[in-house]
Design a protein around this ligand. Structure first.
Ligand code: ATP
Ligand code: MG
Length: 369
């Protein structure tokens, strides 16, 4: 593999002062010089710092050509971090999709490992749902649905189109970034694992973020695409409700977002699930559809979860007969022995793809007000 050879020869490109651009169309990134990135980020000045994650800090910068970039500076190079760096660059270098954060390049030399991404001016979903921009409520309903669809399409690409298939393993709000059009860009493939053809799941050390972890992954370290589907379901509930995936109740008991949402779904009280900041400004049918998809994605049993392709189809209105996919409001109730149909049962017959596509165009065109 070309990239691994690069890593093995790090000392060679340490000596290269100038930026070199990969000519291979499969690897359209460039190797930056440390000088260029120090200049772009004002020597990694604290004022340029966008945020900090488990593996290092992210800085805003501007290249000599005037392009805005985000530079992730990995923490001290432990063998673990070295592996993260290698995995991230290798994977990012090979995936290209409009809903995945593009890699611009990297620097590796001495103790420094720097990954250069496109800068996302509208930050992450976390900022809008729980952070500094939450009060501004820039995420109206159409924008939220557009972000949901974009993230689903990015994941569906990783699971089903990328070769070999890629499991992200850290789907969460801070890893969904927003470009200037509020289009979703799924970021951070550092945890991703390349899945060879014919392998249905791998058992591995648990990584990822509490609150988003599928039960079988958290308990037994079983990784499969359906772990990402579970995390996506949690993220979807978070986008709809602006609730955090895990909430600490008075008395210190923790409640996850699925436990929180379930009684409302059973009662058909969908309005109680929507983010109050939306002030009721959403399509009730779309709200129900989104919640029911999230419920399916967060099914305890991985076998009962849909694939991301199905999720995309449902979101696109492929959900013609709700019974076909088991999206029946009040289903949990029936399972508990209560036969009574929920009052708010929704008929999704009318959710044709054409109708959805018109909606999607509107969602995709949503601009900052
Ligand atoms: N390309 C980018 N453009 C704008 N903001 C970014 C970019 N990349 C990362 N960020 C932001 O920088 C912050 C730190 O990101 P980072 O990925 O290091 O940590 P994290 O996602 O919070 O946690 P984790 O380490 O578990 O991934 C986050 O708020 C993230 O949204
Ligand atoms: Mg991240």
């Amino acid at each position: 593999m070309r990239f691994w050879r690069y890593l093995c020869c790090i000392s060679k490109f340490e000596e290269q002062p100038e930026i070199s651009v990969s000519k291979n169309k499969d690897y359209p990134w460039q190797i930056y010089s440390l000088k260029e990135l120090l200049h772009a980020t004002n020597n990694f000045h604290n004022d340029n710092k966008i945020g900090e994650g488990g593996f290092g800090s992210v800085y805003w910068g501007r290249t000599s050509k005037g392009v805005e970039i985000a530079v992730k500076r990995l923490k001290a190079m432990s063998p673990k971090a070295e592996m993260e760096f290698a995995v991230e660059v290798e994977i990012l270098g090979r995936v290209r999709h409009e809903n995945l954060l593009g890699l611009r390049g990297f620097y590796a030399g001495g103790d420094e490992r720097l990954i250069v991404y496109d800068y996302m001016p509208n930050h992450s979903l976390t900022t809008h749902l729980h952070g500094q921009l939450a009060e501004d409520c820039l995420l109206d309903w159409p924008r939220r649905m557009s972000i949901v669809l974009g993230s689903a399409e990015g994941l569906a690409y990783l699971h089903h189109e990328a070769n070999p298939h890629i499991i992200h393993r850290d789907i969460k709000a801070s890893n969904v970034l927003l470009d200037n059009q509020f289009q979703a860009k799924v970021a951070d493939f550092g945890f991703a694992k390349l899945i060879p053809d014919g392998v249905s799941h791998l058992t591995t050390k648990v990584k990822g973020t509490l609150g988003y972890l599928a039960p079988e992954y958290a308990m037994w370290g079983k990784v499969s695409e359906s772990c990402d589907v579970y995390s996506f379901g949690i993220l979807l509930l978070e986008i709809i409700s602006a609730k955090k995936p895990l909430e600490k109740l008075p008395g210190g008991v923790k409640r996850d977002i699925v436990q929180w949402v379930t009684p409302y779904v059973q009662k058909g009280a969908f309005d109680c699930i929507a983010d109050p900041r939306l002030k009721g400004d959403y399509e009730p049918d779309e709200l129900k559809l989104a919640v029911m998809i999230a419920k399916r994605c967060t099914d305890h049993s991985p076998d009962n979860r849909p694939s991301m392709i199905e999720v995309v189809q449902w979101l696109k209105g492929g959900l013609r007969r709700k019974k076909e996919v088991g999206l029946v409001v009040g289903k949990d109730k029936e399972e508990d022995g209560d036969e009574e149909e929920a009052e708010n049962d929704t008929d999704y017959e009318g959710y044709g793809i054409d109708e959805y596509d018109d909606k999607r165009k509107a969602w995709k065109g949503a601009q900052v007000r």
